[in-house]
Design a protein around this ligand. Structure first.
Ligand code: GDD
Ligand code: MN
Length: 366
C-alpha cells in the first residue's frame, strides 16, 4: 500500500484570525522567511472578520498554492478554528501561531524538527520557561495569566511551564486521535490537547519572548476566562467521576436514601396512607435519579428545557418497566424454589441493568 498522501507538505502552520487585516502582511512575510527550506503550507482560519482580513490574505497569496484561507461563518472561537485548520491538512506535523505577530515565528523550524524527529509529541513555544518572557504585559494581565497557569496544574499530567501557550507544533495523528475528546471551547487549544490525552503527551518547551501587539486588538475577554473555568471543571469531573454504569449505580443507591426520607416525611408529617406515601416516595426517588443522572452520569448528553420534561417522562416509563422486570424475575425464580433472598437480589439486578441500558438507549439516546 502506498504511504498516505500528505499533499507533498511535511509541515502545516495554522493561523487563526479574527479582524487582523492590518497584521496579515507582516505574518506572511515572517512565515516566508522562517519556513524557507521546509516543505510547508500556511492555513489561515478566519472567523468572518469584518475588516477584510480574508480578502487581504487572498490578495497577498494570489497565485500561491501553499497559502489557503478557510473562512467560517460567525465567530466560532479560537480553539475550534485551530482544530479545523489542523483537520484541513495532510501534513504529518502541524503548528499554530497567532495572526497578530505576538509569537516569534523564527522558532517554528525548531518546533517542527523536534516533533518530526520524534523527540516529542508536542513542542511548545513557552513564555514561562527559562529565557522565555511575557514581554511588556501590564501587571493585571500577568496576574491573570499566572493564576490560570497555576489552576491548570490541577488537571495537567505533563510538567509544562506554559500550558496556555497558543504557539506550538504537534503530530497531526495525535490531534486526530484526541479529536472526540476535545472540548473545542474557548481559547485554550494546547491545554485542551494536554488534558484530553489518556496517556501524557511527550512535551518539550522552547523559550520565546511574547511581542507587543502593534495593530488591531486582543479578543481575550471575560467570556474566554469563563470558558476556561468550565473546561477545568469538566476535566475534574472526568477524572473523579467513575464510568457511567458505576455512577448510575451510585446514584441509584443514593436514590434509595431519598425514597426512605420521602416515605418517612409523607407518612409522618403528610399523614398519608402507606400506599399513597410509598407512591409519592417512588416518584420522588425516580425524579431524583433522573436529575442527578442527567447532570452527571449523562452530562455529555444532558437534556435541557422541554426535552428534559420529555426525558423525565420516558425515565418514569423505563423505571416502571424495570420494576415489572424486577418483580417478574423474582416471582419466577421464587416459584422455581430458589431462596427468597436470591430471587429478590436477582430481580433487583435485572431491574437495575434494564434501567441503565434502557435509559441510555431511550431517555439519553444519542
Ligand atoms: N478564527 C478565529 N476565531 N481566530 C480568533 C478568534 C476566533 O474566535 N479569537 C481570536 N482569534 C485569533 C486572533 O485574531 C489572533 O490571531 C489569535 O487568535 C490570538 O488572539 P488574541 O486576541 O491576540 O489573543 P491574546 O494575544 O490575548 O492571547 C494569546 O495569549 C494567550 C495566553 O496568554 C494567544 O496566544 C492565546 O492563544 C493564548 O492562550
Ligand atoms: Mn494577541
Amino acid at each position: 500500500m502506498a504511504a498516505p498522501s500528505t499533499g507533498g507538505y511535511e509541515f502545516a502552520v495554522i493561523v487563526p484570525t479574527y479582524n487582523e487585516a492590518d497584521n496579515v502582511e507582516r505574518i506572511i512575510d515572517g512565515l516566508d522567511t522562517a519556513l524557507a527550506g521546509i516543505r510547508s503550507e500556511v492555513i489561515f482560519v478566519d472567523d468572518w472578520s469584518r475588516d477584510g482580513t480574508a480578502e487581504r490574505i487572498g490578495e497577498l497569496a494570489k497565485g500561491r498554492s501553499d497559502i489557503r484561507v478557510l473562512r467560517r461563518f460567525g465567530r466560532n472561537g479560537l480553539a475550534s478554528a485551530v482544530i479545523e485548520g489542523m483537520m484541513a491538512t495532510m501534513a504529518p506535523v502541524v503548528a499554530v501561531i497567532d495572526g497578530d505577530g505576538q509569537h516569534d515565528e523564527r522558532l517554528l523550524p525548531r518546533l517542527f524538527s523536534m516533533v518530526r524527529g520524534g523527540s516529542a509529541d508536542v513542542a511548545i513555544g513557552s513564555r514561562y520557561c527559562q529565557n522565555g518572557s511575557t514581554g511588556n504585559w501590564d501587571s493585571f494581565r500577568l496576574k491573570c495569566s499566572r493564576a490560570a497557569t497555576n489552576l491548570s496544574r490541577l488537571v495537567l499530567q505533563s510538567p509544562v511551564s506554559d500550558p496556555m501557550s497558543g504557539f506550538f507544533a504537534v503530530r497531526r495523528d495525535k490531534v486526530e486521535a484526541l479529536l472526540p475528546r476535545l472540548s473545542g471551547r474557548g481559547f485554550k487549544i494546547l491545554f485542551d490537547l494536554l488534558t484530553s490525552s489518556p496517556e501524557p503527551l511527550r512535551a518539550v518547551e522552547l523559550p520565546f519572548e511574547f511581542r507587543t501587539r502593534t495593530a488591531g486588538e486582543s479578543k481575550l475577554g471575560a467570556g474566554v476566562a469563563l470558558d476556561y473555568l468550565v473546561t477545568i471543571a469538566d476535566r475534574l469531573i472526568r477524572r473523579y467521576v467513575p464510568p457511567r454504569p458505576v455512577m448510575f449505580a451510585i446514584v441509584g443507591t443514593l436514590g434509595l436514601g431519598v425514597h426512605l426520607a420521602v416515605l418517612k416525611a409523607a407518612l409522618g408529617w403528610g399523614g398519608l396512607s402507606f400506599g399513597a406515601a410509598q407512591t409519592v416516595a417512588v416518584l420522588a426517588a425516580i425524579a431524583f435519579n433522573f436529575l442527578v443522572n442527567n447532570s452527571i452520569t449523562f452530562r455529555d448528553r444532558r437534556l435541557k428545557g422541554l426535552r428534559m420534561l420529555a426525558g423525565l417522562a420516558s425515565f418514569y416509563a423505563v423505571c416502571g418497566l424495570g420494576a415489572l422486570a424486577n418483580i417478574g424475575t423474582g416471582v419466577v425464580l421464587f416459584a422455581e424454589h430458589h431462596g427468597w433472598w436470591a430471587a429478590g437480589v436477582a430481580g433487583a439486578a435485572v431491574g437495575s441493568v434494564w434501567n441503565f441500558a434502557a435509559s441510555m438507549l431511550v431517555t439519553w439516546r444519542r
